[in-house]
Design a protein around this ligand. Sequence first.
Ligand SMILES: [Zn+2]
Length: 288
Amino acid sequence: MGLVTSTKYLLHARDNKYAICAFNIHNLETLKAVTSTSFESNSPVILQATPGTVRFAGADYLVAMAKTAADKYNIPIVMHLDHGEDYNMVLECLRAGFTSIMIDGSKHPYTENISIVKKVVELSHALGVPVEAELGTIGGVEDDLSIMGDGVYTNPEVAFDFIEKTGVDSLAVAIGTCHGLYKKKPQLDYVRLAEIRKLVSIPLVLHGASDLLDESVKKCIELGISKVNIATELKIAFSAAVQTVYYEKPAENDPRKLFTPAIDAMKAVVKNKINLVGSADKVTRISH
Ligand SMILES: [Zn+2]
């Protein structure tokens, strides 16, 4: 069916109180793990790549692989740029055929964040591609982006103003989640999330959802999160499986023997997350 944009699917998720996972992929093996499991679960899925991954794998290769999976499995697959850092990176991904863009201007002062996002929204919307932005800062390390401390939480009134001024399609909120693994127990600000949901209507995105308790993710979805980003847990499952092969057979030199168990380990995580966010069996319920 070719790649799709995320708009219709995130709105359906918002209206029906479930979420769609956005899984960070890096190469053919991780892309196959995510898309084959989404197919088996009959779930729409968002594949996402950070600028680091775009530089590593190539925007054109990523789109070609994602398209192949979409045609093969006939489920809605979105190719999304995660934490797009500047206009040129967005342009490169749009040219290659990405169907969803995140521009992250959250490290800039508010008015600058607005003008960066607005420019990307104008460009992307001209091509029919939706845009995610971030307000507040989500702590931790993602790709080359490192935020010290706990970050700054998203203010609901400012979120409303930001969406009005930028025309963005979805918003990543900072409510106490963190990229990577949690060093201390996360304190999620559910009241803040509920207030944001009350004030704004566009789909809300939870970053840093790896390593959160299942009940925390579920509560966030109940309170209005429609897209849940998963990166770190996938990487851990994949690399731990590769390490196990090396540990058991130090002389192993066949990539297929290394990566097949890694794909299987990642598939198990993907399946769990799809069940957790409630997107399984949603493909046939949305008219294409
Ligand atoms: Zn993120």
